[in-house]
Design a binder for this molecule. Sequence first.
Ligand SMILES: C[S@@+](CC[C@H](N)C(=O)[O-])C[C@H]1O[C@@H](n2cnc3c(N)ncnc32)[C@H](O)[C@@H]1O
Length: 283
Amino acid sequence: MRRKVEIGILAAFVVAGLSLIILTSGRPDPRGIPAVFATPEITIRNVTDEVVRYWIKPADSTEKPLYKELPLGAIHRYPGTRGMVVTFVKGGNTVENTLASGLPYSFRYDEKDKLQIYQGAHGRADAVDLAPFVGTPMPVVEKMLEMARIDGRDVVYDLGCGDGRIVITAAKKYGARGVGIDIDPRRITESRAAAKEAGVEDLVKFICEDATKTDISRATVLAIYLLPESNELLRPKFEAQLKPGARIVCHNYDIPSWKSKEIDSIVMKDQLDEEHTIFLYKR
Ligand SMILES: C[S@@+](CC[C@H](N)C(=O)[O-])C[C@H]1O[C@@H](n2cnc3c(N)ncnc32)[C@H](O)[C@@H]1O
């Protein structure tokens, strides 16, 4: 009888231990927190050049909003499963935005240099948020590769590769080798699956890391779709690591202080009739 209880207790410990291992062994959280302990959180990053003042409250509450000051480069975190309403002053007007639970956001300037809040890619404090995930439409990808005159000798790098479509297309259509970098592990998983599906696994490689830390000296072509301030942030890396003759092709946003290096740009429409600009530079 006693022995049965002891065996029962031992079995309960083994089951509990195994459950904990199974629960915590899912895909690692990007911040290194095991999935079971990670709480969804809204993050708000300040990517402007001023302290951002805003008010915040849960979307479903009638509470008085809390006043917050977000220093330059800092991140505020709001754990929980509720959406939040953020209010701030934009060019003299008070504007209100509802933020969805669990997503990263950034205060940035819009095209008119006015404060705006945008969805981001991640809330990691150890890496900059270069741009949220938005895939380049396929006709634009094709045109970017055509403008960069890709051939089978090229090594194409995409910093912030999303689902890998640019390097995969370069490999499939031109036989070029490619490296895609993304900070979001979900994007890397998608990219590897897409490369397999396209039959170009031997030509392309996808790495999950902060693109500001990637060595791009092997690239003969760099194809990017990032925000203009991110392009500018990465520019010293392009200047230091890319070899003379390397081509840099950018979707929608140029490299602000490389105006004199621009060798071509086109405006085109995608399949939904939306306009896109492509900028081409040579190192
Ligand atoms: C606008 S998407 C571009 C996707 C792809 N290049 C395309 O054109 O279809 C930007 C990508 O940058 C990634 N990203 C943002 N910050 C990053 C960082 N610090 N390092 C690497 N990737 C980053 C995001 O996860 C997102 O997938």
